[in-house]
Design a protein around this ligand. Sequence first.
Ligand code: NAP
Length: 251
Amino acid sequence: MIIVGLKNKVAIVTGASQGIGKEIALHLAKNGAKVVVADITDKMLEVVNEIKSSGSQGLAVKCDITKMEEVENMVDNTIKKFSRIDILVNNAGIYPFKPFLEITEQDWDRVLNINLKGTFHCVKAVVSKMVSQKYGKIINISSMAGSTVGFPNQAHYSASKAGIVGLTKTLALELAPFGININAIAPGPIDPTGTKTTNNIEVMEQIRKIIPIGRMGQPEDVANLVLYLASDESSFITGQCIVIDGGFTVQ
Ligand code: NAP
């Protein structure tokens, strides 16, 4: 784990019950941040217990990011408990696979509502606090799919993740005068331990073989990049989408 100074910073991580989001929440806490672990499931309580047992402060908030009132409630609870919000990590997302010919309007709306509109809701609810503080770090989890390459059977997902990059670049320009950095991360294939990428060992082995660095990414790889972007060490970086894929997309 890289070490950055986040002591007393307050962070919200969405979709933090498991997988990449959980690792991000634990890494932020280990670096001194007070972490709000938000998720649609109840499993976030276990993550908060882990944060607390390591001596850091955490708060579990149940929140469906597709519902603006639940997102506003998450922000209100954060302010009540910790008085400010320094870091927002928009991680919650779904990634169903379906050929475009079979994707229905309902499939499309579901993916776009969670991945893209959910991100919009969270930024919208948090940003006025960051503007009044004249400080904020927003990190949006995109994907190599959509942001960098096309990905078969994931048209809706790719569109949502490309949309996140467009939102990130535009908001970087609008929010820079207020001391707010906003960046995106585009992970390539991340090991399914703790994630739901696929349980098919054969598929995972095939993917591993075509990653130049010779291994799947780990949730920790993404979490370390989040730490850097959440810290003041990266204060001259904004509006970027950083690909983290072991060289997968440069072949
Ligand atoms: P994950 O294991 O499925 O975790 C995502 C979490 O978000 C789950 O706890 C999920 O709850 C929650 N969530 C879903 N819908 C939500 C909603 N409406 N409101 C709040 N929380 C919600 O996923 P992951 O693999 O860690 O991926 C995390 C992020 O990285 C996603 O945005 C994904 O697109 C991106 N990403 C992942 C990979 C990869 O290889 N894993 C690669 C590139 C990008 P449920 O379990 O109830 O759905």
